[in-house]
Ligand binder design. Sequence first.
Ligand SMILES: Cc1ncc(C[n+]2csc(CCOP(=O)(O)OP(=O)(O)O)c2C)c(N)n1
Ligand code: SF4
Ligand SMILES: [Mg+2]
Length: 304
Amino acid sequence: MATKILDLPDASYVLPGNRSCAGCGIGIALRQVTAALEGRMVMTVPASCLTVLGGMFPISSVDVPWINVAFPSTAAAASGIAAGLRATGRAGEMTVLAMAGDGGTGDIGIQALSGAAERNEDFIYLCYDNEAYMNTGTQRSGLTPAGARTTTTWAGKRENPKDLPAIMEAHGIPYVASTSAAFPTDVYDKVAKARTIGGLRYIHMNTPCPSGWGFDPKDTIRLGKLAVDCGLVVLYEVVDGQFRLTGRSKMLGKTGRSLVPVADYIATQSRFRGMAPEAVEAVQAWVDSRWLRYVGRDGGACLL
Ligand SMILES: Cc1ncc(C[n+]2csc(CCOP(=O)(O)OP(=O)(O)O)c2C)c(N)n1
Ligand code: SF4
Ligand SMILES: [Mg+2]
C-alpha cells in the first residue's frame, strides 16, 4: 500500500539550515530517506554536494551517523561497516546507507559498487542523480543527459546517459529501484521497502539541481515531475527480478496517456539552451523506445 503525503512521518533527521543551494533536490529527498530508516542508520558519503549539505566538523546538519569517505570507496566502506556490524552481532540494529552522486557512483565509484553487488553485501546504495559533477562546478558525468551544456560539454553533451539501474540489475541483486526527489512518498516507500530486504539494494534517485540545470529554485518539484511525465525519468522497482512501474509512471503506463514531449522539459532549463531540433528529436526517439520497453516489462518480464 503506497504511503500518502499526509501520512509521511513528522520526525526529521535533517536539521534546519544547511549549506546546499536554495531549492536543492538532495535536501528535500534526504528527509524522506532518513525518515524511512527512522534514523537508525550509518551513512558513507564521498565528496559531493551531499558532503557540503552535511556540513563541516564541528557543525552538522543531519542527526545521523555519517562517515565521509574517499571518492571511489563509498561501497567498499559500506561493505566494511556492514561486516563490522555483523561481526559484533549488531547487524539488526541499523541500516548501512551508502549515498553518493551520479559522478561518484556511475563513473568513479562503480568498481567498488560492482564488487559489493557481486558479493551481495548487506547495505542500501542510493545514487542521487543531479546529472553532473555539481560540487565542482558542473562537469559532465556518464549520467549527464544528451544536449546538456556543462563546463566540459560546452556545446552540449552528445551521448545519452548510461543506464545505471540496469547495470545494477544485471548483477542479480535483490532490489533495484528508480525514484525521484519530486515524489517524496515514492522515495519514502522505496527506502522503507529496501530496509526490509537483505543483501545489496540499489536505489537510483533523480534529483533536480537549480544551479547546475539553470532553473528557478521554486521549480524543483515541478521540473522533477515533468521529467517523469515526459519519460526521461521512470519510476519503477525490480524485486528479485520482477519489474513493475510505480506511482506516476505506473499511472501513465496503465492509462496509456501520451507522455509530455521532451521538448517541453528541455525548454525549462538553461543547460539545454540552443539545443538543435535534430538533437531534441534524437532524445525524443530514445525516450520513446525506452518507455515502450518499460511498459512492456511492467508486471514481470525479466531483463536478463
Ligand atoms: C579522488 C577525487 N577526485 C576528484 C575530487 C573532486 N570532486 C569533489 S566533489 C566532485 C563532484 C562529484 O560529483 P557527483 O558525484 O555527481 O556529486 P555532486 O557533486 O553532483 O553532488 C569532484 C569531482 C575529489 N574530491 N576526489
Ligand atoms: S549545485 Fe545543485 S545539487 Fe549541488 S547543492 Fe546546489 S542545487 Fe544542490
Ligand atoms: Mg552529480
